[in-house]
Design a protein around this ligand. Structure first.
Ligand code: 13P
Length: 341
């Protein structure tokens, strides 16, 4: 039988730190719908992770699709895929813990080979990255000689290594417009390829990959969630072309973030993208009204505070991003080339 009076007492200084942590978390997470009790449950995790990260000199980078406890609880830098690739280059710490999908962590490693880059969970299950191999790229090049290959960031290092230039949703249009060729191979996102052809007027040879999260925004789904005609609709470039035609604005999550930041109080926005990004916006801009998309990227959601604490306390080879040096050097050229856009 447990006699509560005999239960171990939490030392006063620890309790004080925990109470402060709960308040810090609640000040952001309440805007995302979290209650105090939930913040009390996660506070020991966020406190431990933040202490270990300082002791070990680790910077935590997180994509905006991560859950709100990661975004507001432990991340040092939160951003879109282009912003994170650029900011990773300025990180002074020798070690980066990347909360996102592993091909984004690979991009960080491609640009920063001297740093240790690790992830809470290695997760290969991305319908875009999994749709194409380096051999497929070589075959496309043979089929369309002279056409440059633009690869989306959602690809493996091996695919990036066989491509001429990498891109993200934030700079894809600019990159394609700046290429002198009129026929361009764009891999692996079919929707984005068609959208870019419509936006640039170029002849885009595309591939059969889809982002299962953005592809799931059908016209029917848009009609069911778009129930306020005064809301601005803003779709991610990975959405279907028929959705792109219906909305007010298009872009990547970096563009979406800038739009929220510049919006006035009371503005209503419906973002057609992953719910994690919408939760981030709710936490950062509580005076703007964001509709929920309820679309979840399961690969992004593989990370949680428990796996992050485990990885940061005792990282193993299962957490560490390692790349073949020849592949890395070839991939570096295509990734580095996109950073000026
Ligand atoms: P961003 O480039 O907008 O971060 O998009 C990431 C994404 O949607 C990955 O599928």
């Amino acid at each position: 039988m447990v006699i509560l009076d005999d239960a171990p007492k939490i030392p006063a200084e620890v309790q004080y730190k925990l109470d402060n942590e709960v308040e810090r978390l609640y000040s952001k997470l309440k805007n995302v719908g979290w209650n105090k009790k939930a913040c009390e449950i996660i506070a020991p995790y966020t406190l431990s992770i933040n202490t270990i990260k300082k002791e070990k000199g680790i910077k935590i980078l997180a994509h905006s699709y991560q859950t709100a406890d990661i975004v507001f609880g432990i991340a040092d830098i939160v951003g879109d895929s282009l912003g994170l690739a650029k900011k990773a280059k300025d990180v002074e710490e020798d070690t980066i813990l990347f909360c996102g999908v592993d091909f984004m962590a690979e991009t960080v490693k491609i640009l920063n080979p001297e740093k240790t880059v690790f992830v809470p969970q290695k997760e290969r299950d991305c319908t875009l990255a999994d749709s194409i191999t380096a051999e497929d790229v070589l075959n496309l090049k043979k089929e369309y000689p002279g056409a440059p290959v633009v690869c989306y960031i959602n690809t493996t290092a091996e695919v990036k290594a066989e491509s001429d230039i990498c891109c993200t949703s934030a700079n894809a249009k600019k990159i394609i417009e700046n290429l002198k060729e009129d026929t361009i191979i764009f891999i692996p996102d079919y929707n984005m390829g068609v959208n870019l052809a419509n936006l640039t007027g170029k002849n885009i040879i595309t591939w059969k990959g889809f982002c299962r999260t953005h592809h799931a925004f059908t016209k029917r789904r848009l009609d069911s969630i778009n129930n306020d005609s005064t809301a601005t609709t803003f779709a991610h470039l990975e959405c279907r072309p028929e959705i792109i035609k219906e909305v007010d604005l298009i872009g990547g999550t970096g563009d979406m973030h800038r739009y929220a930041k510049s919006s006035s109080n009371g503005k209503k926005i419906l973002y057609l993208t992953e719910q994690g990004f919408i939760d981030r916006m709710k936490g950062e801009y509580p005076d703007v009204q964001f509709a929920d998309s309820n679309m979840i990227c399961v690969s992004m959601k593989m990370n949680d505070l428990y796996s992050t604490l485990k990885a940061i306390s005792n990282p193993t080879s299962k957490n560490t991003i390692e790349l073949d040096e020849t592949v890395r050097q070839k991939a570096f050229k295509s990734v580095n080339r996109m950073l000026k856009y």
